[in-house]
Design a binder for this molecule. Structure first.
Ligand code: AHR
Length: 492
């Protein structure tokens, strides 16, 4: 069968918010200590931040980074981790059962964000913390009057307010694993009060409500109560998920076709969630539809390396990361933030040792999408070869999305080829308009779907760049098996 991707440049889906390329950094395992922050290392800068890690994160172009958790935040005391290092308080940490030295805290994190060009996004403790603690943290960070807390920040060396824009209230409050798990009623109530007081403290902030992470039937009730009780105080509704090529997180164990069919789960969740939010916002007469933040997503198998949670990703995981970006682009009108969980060592595209780092397979699609993505998502149509799994039939072998830049002169087409053995040819046809010649091609691929990048073999899976040409209104490309391709066309 001939594969056809048909693109009408006037059929748009919505503006892409660059915050879909966000990240998430938690005090967990070697993410902060030994990942981002390693004072005394020859690789660290004067602030103890790993220079090689900063460089790698800059390549990912993350506009926003969420911190400090995750489950960790539900027992966090921000005051333990500000001020002179000698006065920092080590604590027993109950989310991950670790000792938290608190030598890295708010100010170190904000310095780190500034160095990688990201906006900080802080989550407040809505587990065993109260709204006073949350609003105090906000005042410490963003206040400008001569208050006790602002003076405290100044005494710590930060004269100017940090102006932290994004604040999340709690983390995965719907999970019984969370310190301070909340029923739908309890969280809607707590959110309303935290949000009210936080917006009084700084009306310029944007607040994220922790909506759904456990996709069990009461998720719709959670969203309903939040919107009914606090709709006007919610700037984003946050949802989480983790997937994997196993029966727990996918459909069946180590089955490539079923793993590739996860695109359907992403579609199903996003379509259901955005539909529900749309209906509830109308029913409650809100002037706008609350945007979605997928503020934790990734492939995660819960693999431990010497007691620490550390994944080594393979090529098929990189394809799944690319399918996430295709889904976020196709849902650009509602998904306005997404944060890969996480960034370094723990569930992460960057893996460090004391001597250096490896860019994991999943790093490469993230970098390619982030660096080439346009401003507008296009509503494209494609058809062609299909595959089936025990749960699905007729799934298109290619998973596709496309974007246009603001000048209307660059078209980016993203193609994940979900075949394991054969290259797939596809015609990309413009309904109107013409290609102007130059095409930049980026192909993420490796020898086989289980290929990994390790310190011994760091470049099994990489990105290959090529220059191609396209004239007229049609271009035929050959897409390698198990690959991610971005084609960036100049338009006339
Ligand atoms: O990212 C790891 C953990 O996954 C986070 O702490 C939690 O929010 C989620 O369950």
């Amino acid at each position: 069968m001939t594969n056809k991707i048909s693109i009408d440049l006037e059929r748009t889906l919505g503006q892409i918010d660059r915050n879909i390329f966000g990240g998430f950094a938690e005090h967990l395992g070697r993410h902060i200590y030994g990942g981002i922050y390693e004072p005394g290392s020859p690789l660290a800068d004067d602030d103890g931040l790993r220079r090689d890690v900063l460089d790698a994160i800059r390549r990912l172009g993350m506009p926003v980074i969420r911190y400090p958790g995750g489950n960790f935040v539900s027992g966090y005391r921000w005051r333990d981790a500000v001020g002179p290092q000698a006065e920092r308080k080590a604590r027993m940490e109950l989310a991950w059962h670790d000792l938290e030295p608190n030598t890295f805290g708010t100010n170190e994190f904000i310095d780190f964000c500034r160095k990688v060009g990201s906006e900080p996004y802080l989550a407040v403790n809505c587990g065993d913390g109260d709204m006073r603690e949350a609003r105090d943290w906000l005042e410490y960070c963003n206040g400008s009057q001569d208050t006790e807390l602002v003076k405290l920040r100044r005494s710590h060396g930060f004269e100017e307010p940090h102006r932290v824009k994004y604040w999340g209230i709690g983390n995965e409050v719907d999970g019984p694993w969370q310190t301070g798990f909340k029923t739908p009623e309890e969280y809607a109530r707590a959110y309303t009060e935290f949000a009210k007081v936080m917006k009084w403290t700084d009306p310029n902030i944007e607040l994220l409500a922790s909506a759904v992470s456990l996709w069990v039937p009461d998720w719709t009730e959670r969203v309903q109560l939040l919107i009914e009780q606090a709709g006007k105080l919610i700037d984003y509704l946050a949802i989480h998920w983790y997937v994997g090529n196993d029966a727990k997180r996918g459909y069946r164990d180590d089955d490539f076709a079923s793993y590739m069919a996860l695109s359907e789960l992403l579609e199903e969740r996003l379509a259901a969630f955005e539909g529900l939010v749309y209906a509830l916002c109308r029913a409650n007469k809100l002037e706008r539809t609350i945007p979605i933040a997928v503020d934790e997503w990734n492939v995660w198998y819960r693999v431990h390396n010497e007691g620490k949670l550390e994944e080594i990703y393979n090529l098929e995981d990189a394809l799944v990361v690319a399918m996430h970006f295709n889904a976020f682009i196709r849902h650009a009108s509602t998904v306005k933030m997404a944060n890969i969980a996480q960034i370094v060592n723990v569930i992460a595209p960057i893996f460090t040792s004391p001597e250096g780092l490896v860019l994991q397979t999943t790093f490469h699609p993230f970098e390619v999408y982030s660096q080439t993505c346009g401003d507008t998502a296009l509503d494209i149509h494609w058809s062609g070869d299909t595959f089936s799994t025990p749960e699905h039939s007729g799934l298109r072998v290619l998973d596709v999305s496309a974007t246009l830049d603001s000048a209307g002169k660059k078209l980016a087409v993203y193609v994940v080829n979900r075949t394991e053995t054969a290259a797939t040819e596809a015609e990309i046809r413009l309904v109107e308009g013409r290609f102007a010649g130059p095409v930049r091609s980026y192909v993420v691929n490796g020898p086989d779907i289980k290929a990994t990048n390790t310190f011994e073999a760091p470049e099994q899976v990489t990105t290959r760049q090529e220059s191609l040409t396209a004239q007229g209104g049609s271009f035929t490309g050959s897409f390698e098996p198990h690959s991610v391709t971005a084609l960036v066309f100049d338009l006339e």
